[in-house]
Structures are given as structure tokens and as C-alpha cells.
Design a protein around this ligand. Sequence first.
Ligand SMILES: O=C(O)CCC(=O)C(=O)O
Ligand SMILES: [Fe+2]
Length: 344
Amino acid sequence: MGELDPAFIQDTDQRPNLEISDAFDDEFPIIDFSSAPGDVVLQIGQACKDWGFFQVVNHGVPLELLAKVEDLGRRFFALSAEEKRKVKRDEVNAMGYHDGENTKNVRDWKEVFDFLVEDRTAIPASLEPDDQELRILINQWPLHPPEFREVCQEYAREVEKLAYKLSELIAQSLGLPKSRLNGFFKGQTSLVRLNYYPPCPFPDLALGVGRHKDASALTILAQDSVGGLQIRRKSDHQWVPVKPTPNAFIINVGDAVQVWSNDKYESVEHRVVVNSVKERFSVPFFFFPGHQVMLKPLEEILNGDSPRYREYNWGKFLATRNRSDFKKQAVENIQISHVRIEQK
Ligand SMILES: O=C(O)CCC(=O)C(=O)O
Ligand SMILES: [Fe+2]
């Protein structure tokens, strides 16, 4: 066995305890969307408060489509490095294939393929707060496997329906009108990512994805049967694995919901551990607002309380995050904690 490139080595306090990897928590909520609608709203509210994460079954996304995306994703990542590099992302085009993402400045043990839910998506051209210029992000698609593009796009459309349904259920669970959040997704900047985690000879030193919170409103994640996702349990701050449930999606509320709800629902930290034997495949759909959206706690939620966040523009926030995925940065990546208002 060779040596691990130091770029992948996690700080000692971030390294996973591989012994706990099988200790699934039986309390982790699984919500059945075929239950009575009122029950589903209550269960979602409880899960968002207690966990920030839950799984859904009978979600309405065709299971054959899930299986097809997984199969095509695996076939894409099995292509030669040269073939994959034909759709490699760069500083101009942030979409496509990539194998060197950093989370908190340590390299992740994974390869990814990113595509936008809208084939052409407008985001701010610069990070300057007053610069209004936009640029258009465009998807790049591989020629192989031949059905890849069509199936990925169909998948995005189906999961988008689920995303709107979840947005409505979450609004209801917060006591808001069903469609209260939907308008924020006009001109959405949503992204689908295919994650491929190759077997790693050093699972005690590296992570598939380092600890992070999703900046999204919601994330809808499909994972295969291997396992590796761990979440920071709210009750005791321990890392606990999320057991793969066949045909289920894992849902988590991201930073945007935390801000809208003024911390009623928190975006919970998670990470991915790798293993030395099996490769793993997962597909998150990040439900992102339109670039023009100004995020802040909703008035109806505040109901007289003080807002815990200053208003910020989603597009600038996203553009800043995208930039820091490329390069090691001298400072920590932008987080909502940077717009937090200290409470007296
Ligand atoms: O692969 C997974 O299970 C989760 C990946 C993840 O957290 C992410 O891509 O943001
Ligand atoms: Fe994540």
C-alpha cells in the first residue's frame, strides 16, 4: 500500500471513528408520504426540529428512474480519466466532472459530476456586492453513456416535483401558507450532483466529504446500499450513520430554511466516511433559490422576535461558495454564521 497524498489527510479531531460506523440509530425518522397529509406535516415538523434530517418513502419519484440514474452514473465514472476530462469543470464553467473538491480546505475522496436543473442558469458575475452583472452557467454533457443526458434531465424534473412538495410541507409545518416558500425558487439555481466515492485504502485518515452544512433550502439525497453518510445528532452532537433504506430519499433542511425559520429548523452538519472495500454512489439534489432572492428570517415567523440573521443575497453567497470549491482558501468558506446577528 502506498502513501496517502497529504492533501486528503483530515486533522486528528476530524478523523472518523470507524468502529461506530454500524451503530445505526433506530429513532432516525422515516416518513411515509402515503400517510394522511396532516400526519405527514406533523412528522416533518418534528423531524426538522429533532434531527434536521429525515427519510421519505412512497415519495412519487419513479423507482425505475432512480435505478437508471445510478446505473448510468456508475458507467460514467467507470470511463477513462481522459474521457471524463472532456467534461471537466474549470474556472469559467463550474458544471461537469471534477475530482478534487475541498471541504474546509481538505481534499475529499470522491469524484463528482454536477449539472444544473435549468440548463442555463443566471448567477452574479462578480462577488462585489454592488455589481449587478450576471453570467449564465451552462451544462456540459458527456457523449457517453449515450442516454446519460436524457436520463439525468428526466431525473431532475421528477425530483423537482418532490422538492416543491417538500417546500409546501415544510411551510405548513412552520404554520405558514402552503405556497409561502415556492416563489423563492423562481429562476432556481438548483444543482444535481452525482457523487462517486472510490474505495479508499486509508478510511481512518480521509473522508469522502468533510463535515459541512448544505447551503441549500433543502437537499434530496439518493444513496446506494453501501452506507457512509453520517450526521451530527442534535441530541448529543455525536456522529451517527444514516442507514441506507431501499428506495428512500434522505432529506435535510439547509441553511436557507434555517434563516427563513429564524433557527426554528437548523441545518445539521454531516460528512461521508469511505471504506477500503466498496465504492459508493450517491445523488444529492440541492434545491437552491433564484439568484435574486434576498434571504432573511420571515416576518410571520418572527412575530415580534428579533431576527437572528442579516439579509443576504443568495446569488452572491452561491458565487462565493462556488469560487472556494476550486482553490484552497486562506480563510474559511462563507457560511451563514457570517451574517448572524449576535443576540443580546
Ligand atoms: O454522499 C452523501 O451521502 C452526502 C453528500 C453530501 O453531503 C453533499 O454532497 O453535500
Ligand atoms: Fe451535504
